[in-house]
Ligand binder design. Structure first.
Ligand code: CFM
Length: 546
């Protein structure tokens, strides 16, 4: 792999040293393993990175908690499961729609996403236990809304006082005759929201997936796993699937419904977008029901075309292949036109992406398509397989933090297991270039001499900005204003600021235009802070000792 042109005069090893030198020796040793200069060899081997480990206290991290990953990320975008947070009202704020995941209920369908349901625990429940109040809250929610299903989410104090939410859910399920299930996703579990994804996946698998076996004879049925409909992405993808003649049985969990989850196992192929948050579900469905999974990426026009071709290749049907090619050819006309225009202004500019557990990888494709170089990237909470590829899975050691997340033992269902492809068929597909259960990770697709940084700190971010002066920095709301104060525009890749969608072909066009506007405007570098204008501090103070 060639070195990116624009950064030839900067030595990433030196940047790494500069980042590390401020830290005390023990912290520096740990961070040194999480800041890696990328080197990809011919066999696509990459350096080892330390990931999914505790953040050092005192370092400013952008991570969230287990409850955020479970309730917010995975279950948040499902409109007709009533999500009830068991905890104090402070956590209750996050029990409603706090992320830009959108949904489109049909006339008369339930949509609980804009509601905020909480048990509002008080001192009394913290001292004497909150199970009674939880049962009352489930009853009250049922009486008022008559939902198909209720999910209960435990916050930190629930785990500390030992309320058995699962027993309460079981009793209420029997009493009400609807599906009621709980998630032990206390915020302190694991080292980040990633633990919450795992907990969410386990419970969905145990309590919802496989509940509805209604047959469906559509020849091309798939699911989309790890697509959360931020800024309307799922709507774009739903349209593309429909145009291609592919039936989307379920999405986990953008624009999703309970019914979609309950019937997901009847699809013939699972397509995984965000590997980090949902690969567990793909693996478990394969083991229990025999449905293979492939990695897809509908971010970027090329990625979208490639992913559609992968799906068509899997079904081995000429009509489907022809239709997919027709849709790609039609869509690429407008894409190319905008690409060419935008590229004239963006070519050679530098980008950096520090986002979650998958987007820091996927969105690099969009920058490549307009000629921009990603010189540094990393996840907040990705695991080694998200960086280095699934081939490292057997080498990942289970530690104390991952041990407290349940690992389900899954076996083939005696009645419902039906392998959609035989071993020989899968092998034949692999020989044609379609490998199932495969993800190569972020590092093998980044250029040599780029920086890969896990769980980046504020100090390290500042160093990157100071040394590389990138044209754009992609992260979230926590970083946005600090980065913009240094004269670099920040595009929020969690929420898309107020824009999007960025998925599929039309989303790619949106993205190119958004980035063009941001990197071509000089507003952030022209602005001066008040203390930069007259060289004096705007506020003065002195320490007074008692
Ligand atoms: Fe997957 Fe996500 Fe992401 Fe994620 Fe997230 Fe998100 Fe994200 Mo924010 S599920 S890992 S926990 S793609 S909320 S839709 S943008 S950090 S990179």
């Amino acid at each position: 792999m060639a070195e990116p042109k624009a950064q030839m005069n900067i030595d990433p090893a030196d940047v790494r040293e500069q980042m590390l030198k401020i830290y005390p020796p023990k912290v520096a040793r740990k961070r040194a393993q999480q800041i890696v200069v990328n080197e990809v060899d011919k066999e696509e081997n990459v350096p080892e990175i330390k990931a999914n480990v505790r953040t050092t206290p005192g370092i400013i991290t952008q991570r969230g908690c287990s409850y955020a990953g479970c309730k917010g990320v995975v279950l948040g975008p499902t409109r007709d499961i009533l999500n009830l947070t068991h905890g104090p009202i402070g956590c209750g704020f996050y029990s409603w729609l706090t992320r830009r995941n959108q949904t489109r209920p049909a006339e008369g369908e339930d949509n609980f996403m804009p509601y905020c349901f909480s048990t509002d625990m008080q001192d009394e429940e913290i001292i004497f236990g909150g199970e009674k109040k939880l049962a009352q809250a489930i009853q009250e929610a049922y009486d008022n809304f008559k939902p198909k299903a209720i999910g209960v989410f435990a916050t930190c104090p629930v785990g500390l006082i030992g309320d058995d939410i699962h027993q309460v859910c079981k009793e209420m399920k029997e009493k009400l005759g609807i599906n009621v299930f709980g998630f032990s996703c206390e915020g302190y579990k694991g080292v980040s929201q990633s633990a919450g994804h795992h907990i969410a996946n386990n419970q969905l698998f145990k309590h919802v997936i496989g509940e509805d076996n209604t047959p469906d004879d559509h020849p091309f049925k798939v699911t989309l796993l790890g697509e959360y409909n931020i800024g309307g992405d799922a709507f774009v993808l739903e349209d593309i699937f429909e145009k291609c003649g592919i039936k989307l049985k379920a999405t986990f969990s953008g624009n999703s419904t309970y019914e979609g989850f309950a019937t997901a196992h009847t699809a013939d192929l699972n397509c995984v977008m965000c590997h980090r948050s949902i690969n567990y579900v793909a693996d478990m469905i394969e083991k229990k029901y025999g449905v293979p999974w492939i990695k897809v990426n509908f971010i970027g026009a090329e990625g979208t075309a490639k992913s559609l071709r992968k799906i068509a290749a899997y079904f081995e049907n000429d009509e489907l292949t022809a239709q997919v090619e027709k849709v790609i050819a039609e869509e690429l006309v407008a894409v190319k036109e905008v690409q060419d225009d935008v590229r004239s202004r963006c070519e050679g500019k530098l980008s950096m992406l520090f986002v979650g557990g998958s987007r820091a990888h996927h969105y690099q494709d969009l920058f490549n398509e307009i000629g921009m170089d990603t010189v540094a990237a990393g996840y907040e909470f990705g695991h080694r397989d998200d960086y280095e590829g699934r081939k490292v899975l057997p080498d990942i050691k289970i530690d104390a933090d991952s041990r407290n997340i349940e690992e389900l033992t899954v076996e083939a269902d005696p009645e419902l297991y039906s392998p959609r492809k035989t071993e020989a068929e899968l092998k034949a597909l692999e020989e044609k270039g379609l490998k199932t259960k495969e993800y190569g990770g972020l590092m093998s697709e980044m250029q040599n001499q780029t920086l890969v940084i896990d769980d980046i700190s504020q100090h390290e971010t500042e160093k990157l900005l100071e040394i590389y002066k990138p044209a754009i920095f992609c992260a979230g709301i926590k970083e946005k204003y600090a980065v913009q104060k240094s004269g670099v525009p920040l595009l929020q890749l969690h929420s898309y600021d107020y824009g999007g969608p960025f998925a599929g072909f039309s989303g790619a066009i949106n993205f190119y235009k958004t980035v063009d506007r941001m990197v071509s405007s000089e507003i952030w570098s022209k602005l001066k802070a008040p203390w930069q204008i007259n060289g004096k501090p705007t506020l003065e103070a002195k320490m007074i000792s008692a």
